[in-house]
Design a protein around this ligand. Sequence first.
Ligand SMILES: Cc1cc2nc3c(=O)[nH]c(=O)nc-3n(C[C@H](O)[C@H](O)[C@H](O)COP(=O)(O)OP(=O)(O)OC[C@H]3O[C@@H](n4cnc5c(N)ncnc54)[C@H](O)[C@@H]3O)c2cc1C
Length: 557
Amino acid sequence: MLIIGAGLAGQRAALAAAEAGASVAIVSKVHPVRSHSVAAAGGINAALNPEDTWESHAFDTVKGSDYLGDQDAIEIMCREAPDELLWLEHAGVTFHRNETGHLGTRAFGGASAARTYYVADITGHALLHVLYEQLMKHHEQIDSYEEWFTTDLLQDEEGRCTGAICRNLRDGALEVFNAKAAILATGGCGQAYEPTTNGLIVTGDGIAQAYRIGAKLMDMEMVQYHPTTLAGNGLLITEGARGEGAWLLNAKGERFMEKYAPNKLELASRDVVSRAEQTEINEGRGFPDGTVALDVTKVPRRRTLEALREIVNIGRDFAGVDITREPIRIRPGNHYIMGGVKTDSDGQTTIPGLYAAGEVACVSVHGGNRLGANSLLDTLIFGRRSGEHAAARALKMPMPSTPASRISDTEKHIAAIMNRPQSGRRIGAIKQELGATMNEYAAVFRDEKGLKKAHEIVRRLKDEATKAAIDDRGSVFNQDVIAAIELGYMLDVAETIVVAAIERKESRGAQWRTDYPGRNDEKWLKHIDISVNGADVPLVSYSPVTITRWQPEERTY
Ligand SMILES: Cc1cc2nc3c(=O)[nH]c(=O)nc-3n(C[C@H](O)[C@H](O)[C@H](O)COP(=O)(O)OP(=O)(O)OC[C@H]3O[C@@H](n4cnc5c(N)ncnc54)[C@H](O)[C@@H]3O)c2cc1C
């Protein structure tokens, strides 16, 4: 089996597949512990406490999704969460313990119980390193290809996925990786926006690669803006801060969430809080730099220094603010994509033999809005399930073989990038225009005019990207060529986001249309699926939302 991506979803899939008896190759364009999961801060949800129930976790998730999440998948995720958490603990994750020695929790947004388990504010770091130790323990069955970049997915004549082409970043060599099953675990696409909380490597590769071979994408319009990011650079101030008791204040010093979410206040779901902040800013009650304030001084200083030490550092190093003594300026910023490659609850995409798990995938457990601390859970539950299902498939199949000559198309594509004349725009300039465009027109508030404008710009940038020149023509760690390929992925992903956002003519979750305010269940309680139509323009279709037990209701916090 081939697993593309070695963040939490990919590593969890690899371990599950190896345990099921498959032999696995796991490929990552960076060293596995540099995968973006390492940045996850606040924690992971599970209804493990005896007073809590998985049904309550599931209902909170359904409500958080603004009823667009598929309830069968949400039930699976929430039911399996406690065992997964214990598995992690037994594997060596040093979760926080409370005064009685039990695993301790913190409150998170949109949750009716404090069910977020955490390691200070470095939860992703702790999880990823423990998983990597386990990966090494299984080295006889898992071959790790670190600093290999997947360029294309392969298909046989029947349309089944048979592996991928990968480039060794050290020397530029291309190889065919034949596989009986492939799992995409390549993470999200935050870099299509500027600024974003996501690192430079989060460029939507897997979403675009699956889309290009005909896989359906789903819920692409649902892009999460996190309520607390630093202005300018987009760095994240974890929701854990509000979970520990921090307040949001406007420039007049008012705790404005009292107006928008009188019960949950700062711990309403992220879409609600981000909209509230943006409304305060747009209506002139923010600070002149387009921000509002997060007041962490409401949290006892000792607790902040113990449980939120990373954001103490971020505040000091990137904003010059001691958050234990004064409020810090923040605003909503691009953070996460709820949409992705459409899968069932075993990770199967619409292409036989191709699976997807983690942020690249859309199961859809997050629907219109993801609850904080549900993403790490999603990566692990559906990473494991994909690994198990794909291993069972692989164990019954003969090995496909792709002729090595298939590499020549990719070789030609890369040679064409290297040989472009120096006259085109810079890749960085195109990427920056893309990010700024998405941040202006496909953000917290959207309307048809802006979205159509964004689409026009993305089409132009797609054209410019085919001519963008690069400087490095060598083969050793040529990041220029990789940046050119990644730009193509981001542009494809951006186009599908914009097309889906134009299509959904209502406001639900993270998609707030000022020209269509209000949710319209009669017409739009359905998923928007996007696929290629053969001519480089996204094709829209619909699929039903699975409702098991929670009928849509008005959503208040
Ligand atoms: C700052 C920050 C804080 C967060 N905090 C939390 C939190 O507290 N709780 C929570 O639930 N969620 C949190 N999230 C969200 C969560 O961290 C991510 O959604 C999740 O970790 C994604 O994991 P993943 O395994 O899907 O992808 P990633 O961890 O992004 O891994 C992707 C992998 O794919 C590889 N890859 C990508 N493209 C290619 C290619 N072309 N070829 C080869 N390899 C490739 C990469 O090298 C990497 O190994 C946070 C997100 C951010 C940005």
